[in-house]
Structure formats: structure tokens, C-alpha cells
Design a protein around this ligand. Structure first.
Ligand code: MSP
Length: 641
């Protein structure tokens, strides 16, 4: 029987729509799941949503809806996004499901039976954003010095978990299993924390209702992290009558998490499991953060990149590739449109796309579109074997960015070989030797590309289909066993229709015309929640010329889903042309006659080739614009201050 491989992502909070940081963890888990399937493992891949807690309750109330309604809305968005990104999860767990509540009750029952829970009174500093009590030593001026979040003093009856009793056993676990927390720097960090001593952990709340009810005590709900962490076993049916999945897949092979939630996964979770008498996960890997302007991308800073416009313009595979290639797994990386576009052109359009289209079009032109006689001549077979070996070592060692490097070395070798042999010159020469050299060059290039297609499959599943169809290799076996060895492409196979895998992008034009269409979500920053340096003084604010305008004309910008071109009367001699990204919420005709608020002294910009001389103000709710209007009959040109 093949080995079981159980991989999980964190479950995502539903108070926010997903951004690049959330997508990253799931894309990487998908890459490993696909790689392991191709390696013959029996894979189970879990993702889901974390729906309880104060944060979600508050966010829902702010929108005037029930928490479950907010959760349903965000969950639908996650489902759509995972489909678009071709995430191949086997299950999606929601912490509001009955199967989850049952498992939480069961783990608490076991921990109670082990004598590790007692009732007490908790008073402490509570960080409502992270759902976390913060140690006194970490609080300064009403803020958590690590996260910068405000904290409040909270006192309430609570059940406690005897975390302090697990210090030695946890240290023993880390020492005996040095691969259990990765990378090594994170293991060191966790060990230092545990060596510093552990305090018992409050695991219930009475101050809040939106949670899993505490078993046999309806005044309490379960602390959100005990609730959330249990998802990894509740999705396998832990505590249910049918626990076959649990028996087959637990303990997890790999919990993939971001470094901000390391402690929960490497201290609390193993301690809960030890107490409940359950096996511990084999490994927790903590990856780094996507940064923007040197700060962690997060809604509260207001510097998040949403994935939609990148997917719309470049496809899900290009985004998957970029995320996996740009970030050294385990470290932080910065996101920028420029870096994305450069990789798109250099790695995808050029190294992958051109190598494939060159090889395939020459096969069409010189060999009647059929794979020539098999050959193992020249440097490519060896380069392919080395690339496969290196790639597998890197994937097994959780260095996916390096695995991609190995695949791209193979592409460079194929390209170099074509350059050196010059098949276009060989095709013009008479004689058997030239013909043989031509066929062998193209066979080894085609076969090299077939092997490349295996290497990129976990990262770019759609483009792999396309490449394999073009190579005539769609129905050939795919695995990292025999199929990764040389000679899989049979002579005589007709190749498919050749077309560009990734059409090159003009970076300057893109940055000028498209990236501005929906690049950043900085609503939180504008709302004054950003870092101190983002605050304006009144003179700076006075430089912004806000005026009331009346829309005279409105029409869609051709080929754009979002943009509307407006002619707006600002009380000047001529109406102004303004382009706004509001077409997904407003029919252009409905805007004519409407009074709005405009920033009148912005530098002109071009959006999709159309000049815009100003900007409309709109409230931004999860990416949906809600236009601002004066509350009464105010003539165009009136100053807003
Ligand atoms: N609900 C908890 C996890 C519970 S798991 C039992 C949670 N949710 S989250 O939605 O805030 O974050 C989910 C994941 O997204 C975390 O792994 C977090 O590290 C990751 N990211 C969120 N922002 C990120 C970046 N800017 N960069 C990379 N990943 C980050 O925490």
C-alpha cells in the first residue's frame, strides 16, 4: 500500500476576503499535494475556514449581519478562488459544521479525563484582533509590543488547560524529532520560548457567544484556538462513528502555516494532543510573509494585493508560479508588479514558452509534425536525469523554489543545445548525417520538454495540460517513477497545435495602463489605521482639492470589466474626463445626473489607454465601491473640506 500523506493549510478567518498572503499557503500546499500524488503517495489535502471568535462577530456586526451570513459570503469567495487557482483539496472544513463541534467536544472530553483542565478566573491582557491573551511582559502603553495591537484588560471565569505541565514533554519532542518544526530557525525559536516556561492556558470564554459551546457548561464557549486547531482532526472524523479517515491519515505529515501562527501549532497543538493521548503531527513548516513596502501584507495595514487582477490578466498558473518561485520557502519576500512581470516574461514567456514553441514549430516544419526516432545523444538526457534528481531532492526537502530552479536549468540546457546544433541549418543540409543530427536534436528537445512538463505540473497544472497536448504527450503516464525517465515519448507520435504558452507582456504599457485598474486595497490606511508615518497633518490634507461634481456622460471603457469613462461637471468651463473602476457595481447610465465627490487636483493618469483627470471618492467594502454623494442639492464645483 502506498504511504499516506496528509497535508493541511491553516483555516482562514472569515472577516476578510483573501489576499496574496492567504493564497500563498494554499498554493504551496497544493504544489506539495500534487507532487506527492505524482510520486505515488496516498494524499489527503485539507483546507477550510475559521469562523468563530470576537473578530468575526465584530466584523459581521459592523456590516449589520449575522456572523454566519458573513462566513457564508466569504466561504463562497474562497470556494471560487480555490477553483480558479485549481487547488486540489480533498476536503474543506468549516468550524461552524456539526462534525467539527463534535470533535472539539471529544478532544475536551479526553483532556478533561486526563486531569488537565480546571476551572479558575482569568484576568489578563487580551488582544481581540488575534484572539489571544498577551503576557504582561509583552504589554506596553496598552499595546502588545510584538504585534502593535491594542489590548484590553479582561477578567472572567474560565476553564484552564495545564500547559505548564507539558514543558518537559514538549522539549523532549523537539529534541527527539528535530524535523518536527521547520525550518530549523523556527525550531530554535519555539524551543527558546518553551524553555522560558509555560503558563496554563485559558481555553474558554464567557464574554463572547460566537463559538463552539463548551461541553456541559453553556455559559462558556471554547477558546478560538483550541476550536480552530482541532479542525485538522475533525475533518478526518475524529470522535465520529466512522473514523476511517482518521485512522488512515492521522498523524498529519505536514501542517503548513505562516510564521505568525507558529506558537499555536508547535506549542499549544502538540500539548493538547499529548494530553488527549493522540499522536503528534510529523512536521509543522512555517513559511515567511509577503511584504509590501517592507511591512507584512495585511488588511489592518492596508497594503494587501488581491489576486483578481493578476489572475484576470495572466492566468492562475502564472500567479501560482510567481508565488512559488519568488519566495525562498521559509523566508519573507516582497511583492511588486515589476517583479511579477519580469518573471512572467523571463521565466514563462521566454525560457519555457519560447523553448517549447521553437522546438515544436521546427518539428512541424522539418519533420512533418511527428516525433522523430528516439535518441539519447547529446547533453540533454543527462541534464534531464540530473534535473529530475535535484528537483525531487528539493521537493522532498521542502525547497520548492529550488526545485523550480532545477527545472529551469533543464530548459536552459535544451535551449543551449538547440542554439549549438542549429536545427534550422541542419535542415538545409543534404545527407543522412545532417538528417540524423536534426532528428536527434529535436527528439532530445521534445523529450526534454516532456520531462519538464512533469516537473512543472505541481506548480502549473493547466499550462502543463496545454504543453503536453502540444507535445502529443497528453495520454502518456505521469509520475515520478518510470515516466520521469528518458525515452517516454514514442517515435512517430503526431504533435499537437503549437501556440504560445505565455504571450510576452509589454511591462511599461502594462504598468501604465492596467496595473492601476485595481492594484491596491488601501482603505484601512486611508481610515487612519495605518502606521504612524501614514498620518497627515492638516496642511498636507488641505493640498487635496475635493469638489462636488455632476456626472454628465458615462460609458464603459472597451475591453475593461471595471472601468467607466465619465464626463463630470466640476463647475469649470468644460466637463472633465475621469476614469473610475466602478463598472462592476454601477451601470454607466445610472450614473448620469448623479452628484459625486471628486479629487480634482490629481496628476492625470491613463487607464487602459484613456486619460483620467481626477478621481471619484467611494467607500470600499471588500473591493466593492460605494460612491459618496453630498447629502442635499449642492452645485457642481462646491469645495469639500
Ligand atoms: N485562523 C487562523 C489560523 C488557524 S489554523 C488552525 C489564521 N487565519 S488568517 O486568515 O489570519 O491567516 C491564515 C494564514 O495566512 C496564516 O498562515 C498566515 O500566516 C497567512 N498569511 C496572512 N498574511 C500573510 C502574508 N502577508 N504573507 C504570507 N502569509 C500570511 O491565522
Amino acid at each position: 500500500m502506498s504511504a499516506s500523506y496528509y497535508i493541511t493549510t491553516p483555516i482562514y478567518y472569515v472577516n476578510d476576503m483573501p489576499h496574496i498572503g492567504h493564497i500563498y499557503t494554499t498554493v504551496m500546499a497544493d504544489v506539495f499535494a500534487r507532487y506527492q500524488r505524482l510520486s505515488g503517495a496516498n494524499v489527503r489535502f485539507l483546507t477550510g475556514t475559521d469562523e468563530h471568535g470576537q473578530k468575526i462577530d465584530k466584523a459581521a456586526r459592523a456590516q449589520g449581519i449575522e456572523p454566519i451570513a458573513l462566513a457564508d459570503r466569504v466561504v463562497a469567495r474562497y470556494h471560487d478562488l480555490w477553483k480558479t487557482l485549481e487547488i486540489s483539496h480533498d476536503d474543506f472544513i468549516r468550524t461552524t459544521e456539526a462534525r467539527h463541534r463534535r470533535s472539539v467536544a471529544e478532544i475536551i472530553r479526553r483532556i478533561t479525563a486526563a486531569g488537565d483542565i480546571y476551572k479558575g478566573e482569568y484576568t489578563g491582557w487580551y488582544d481581540a484582533r488575534d484572539e489571544n491573551f498577551v503576557p504582561d511582559s509583552q504589554v506596553q502603553d496598552g499595546h502588545d509590543i510584538e504585534s502593535g495591537h491594542p489590548v484590553e484588560r479582561l477578567s472572567e471565569p474560565s476553564y484552564f488547560f495545564r500547559l505548564s505541565a507539558y514543558q518537559d514533554r514538549l522539549l523532549e519532542w523537539y529534541r527527539q524529532n528535530p524535523g518536527c518544526v521547520r525550518p530549523q530557525t523556527r525550531l530554535n525559536e519555539v524551543m527558546r520560548f518553551v524553555e522560558g516556561g509555560l503558563r496554563d492556558l485559558s481555553i474558554s470564554r464567557t464574554s463572547m457567544r460566537w463559538g463552539v459551546p463548551y461541553p456541559d457548561d453553556e455559559d462558556h464557549v471554547v477558546y478560538v484556538w483550541l476550536d480552530a486547531l482541532t479542525n485538522y482532526i475533525s475533518a478526518l472524523g475524529f470522535g465520529a462513528e466512522d473514523a476511517r479517515l482518521y485512522d488512515q491519515y492521522w498523524p498529519a505529515t505536514l501542517h503548513l502555516v505562516g510564521k505568525d501562527i507558529l506558537r499555536f501549532h508547535c506549542v499549544y497543538w502538540p500539548a493538547f494532543l499529548m494530553s488527549a493521548g493522540l499522536p503528534l503531527p510529523e512536521a509543522v513548516f512555517a513559511h515567511g510573509w509577503w511584504l509590501q513596502d517592507e511591512a507584512k501584507m495585511s488588511k489592518s495595514v492596508g497594503n494587501v494585493v488581491r489576486p483578481d487582477y493578476l489572475i484576470a490578466h495572466f492566468g492562475a498558473d502564472a500567479l501560482r508560479y510567481f508565488l512559488a518561485r519568488e519566495m525562498a520557502f521559509g523566508q519573507d519576500a516582497s511583492f511588486s508588479d515589476e517583479a511579477f512581470l519580469e518573471r512572467f516574461n523571463a521565466d514563462l514567456a521566454n525560457a519555457l514558452g519560447n523553448t517549447a514553441s521553437r522546438t515544436l514549430s521546427m518539428t512541424g516544419r522539418y519533420l512533418e509534425g511527428r516525433v522523430p526516432a528516439e535518441s539519447a545523444d547529446g547533453p540533454i538526457p543527462k541534464a534531464a536525469a540530473q534535473a529530475v534528481q535535484r528537483y525531487r531532492e528539493c521537493m522532498d526537502g521542502l525547497e520548492p523554489h529550488r526545485a523550480l530552479e532545477a527545472a529551469w536549468q533543464l530548459l536552459a540546457a535544451i535551449n543551449g543545445h538547440i542554439q549549438e546544433r542549429q536545427p534550422w541549418a541542419l535542415a538545409k543540409k543534404e545527407g543522412a548525417a545532417a538528417r540524423e543530427a536534426l532528428e536527434s536534436t529535436l527528439y532530445t528537445s521534445l523529450e526534454g520538454l516532456r520531462i519538464t512538463s512533469l516537473l512543472i505540473e505541481p506548480f502549473m497544472p493547466s499550462i502543463t495540460e496545454e504543453l503536453r497536448a502540444q507535445l502529443g504527450a497528453r495520454d502518456l503516464p505521469r509520475n515520478f517513477g518510470q515516466a520521469a525517465e528518458w525515452g517516454g515519448l514514442p517515435a512517430g507520435t503526431p504533435i499537437g497545435v503549437t501556440k504560445a504558452l505565455f504571450p510576452r507582456v509589454d511591462i511599461k504599457d502594462f504598468l501604465k495602463e492596467v496595473a492601476m485598474e485595481s492594484p491596491r486595497d488601501d482603505s484601512a490606511q486611508a481610515a487612519g489605521k495605518g502606521p504612524e508615518s501614514a498620518l497627515l497633518d492638516i496642511q498636507e490634507f488641505a493640498k487635496v482639492n475635493l469638489v462636488v461634481g455632476e456626472v454628465k456622460e458615462a460609458e464603459r471603457v472597451p475591453k475593461s470589466k471595471k472601468l467607466v469613462r465619465l464626463m463630470v461637471d466640476l463647475g469649470e468651463d468644460e466637463p472633465r474626463q475621469i476614469v473610475a473602476g466602478i463598472a462592476e457595481r454601477y451601470e454607466p447610465e445610472s450614473l448620469v445626473g448623479r452628484r459625486i465627490v471628486v479629487v480634482a487636483n490629481l496628476k492625470p493618469a491613463r487607464l487602459m489607454g484613456v486619460e483620467s483627470r481626477g478621481m471619484l471618492l467611494a467607500a470600499n467594502l471588500d473591493g466593492d465601491p460605494f460612491l459618496l454623494s453630498p447629502d442635499g442639492e449642492v452645485p457642481p464645483g462646491t469645495k469639500v473640506s
